[in-house]
Write a protein that binds this ligand. Sequence first.
Ligand code: FAD
Length: 295
Amino acid sequence: AGLPAPGSFRTPPQLSFEFFPPRTEALEQQLWSCIRRLEPLRPSFVSVTYGAGGSTQARTHDTVARLARDTALVPAAHLTCVGASRGAVDDVARQYWDCGVRHIVALRGDPQEKNGPFQPHPDGYNSAAELVAGLKRVADFEISVAAYPETHPEASSPQADLDNLKRKLDAGAVRAITQLFFDADTFLRFLDRCLAAGITAPVVPGIMPVSRFAPAKRFAQSCGVGFPDWLETLFGGTEEDADTRNMLGAVVAAEQVRLLQANGVDEFHFYTLNRPDLVYAIARILGVRPDQAAG
Ligand code: FAD
């Protein structure tokens, strides 16, 4: 049997959206128009990334605090272990708690210099699992962590990486959000392995709708994510043709999420890149409408 008609699933899924903190006034406006466009879809939470090496600490904090203050959205702050002592990280977490933020996406983080090895701060948290345990000592945060359908590049084996995911959940995280991937099967196989390893917490697919192929490929390669040949062929030659690229990006992401949804996946996390249009359309394809979103 084929897939149900687009947008026709009876129970709309839960969505969450990821933004990055803006660097300039113009980007700030772009971010807030993106947030306002996606807000009526009533996501279960929205998260704000933390730049490599903690480089966006103030901007992440300001964006998350404004989300808490000026919107009805549930904000989640990404927080990493890089370049900071445990005390400093705990202080940042306490500031979040004090301004009403209850959800943290806890990550080890990557060093500021890409490709260098991760060097923990001498008094810092050494891993995301340690960070989760530390945050739970600060306050009773809801904590999400990262998972890697294609295995984290530094892991000694896929099983070791899965053991690490389990440690993060055992330390108090309640949800895993995956690294991006391009083949739905990659995620579904990973989900099977999680279940076989006794992981019962939700493992939420991280979806990145692609409209600009070359940067997406570079980004995927920099985090050890396979970029399939078919995608390269599909987008090849459309560099100067934004309309076609957007249509292709929408179709690829729509097929990906529809296949996942048909296999029982009912939560999706979108890497929005602060651009709302593809995400908005794909949400509708998943059956989420602004007036009747799951809440
Ligand atoms: P960890 O879970 O600590 O794992 C790191 C590596 O160490 C893995 O290979 C793991 O298997 C291994 N490992 C950990 N503990 C052990 C152990 N005891 N024994 C053996 N091996 C071990 N980065 C940012 O800088 N800012 C962000 O905002 C950000 N947001 C992200 C959001 C999502 C949804 C995802 C998927 C990633 C994000 N990242 C972000 C990237 C992330 O910081 C990197 O992928 C980083 O390299 C690993 O972080 P982690 O939390 O998965 O680390």
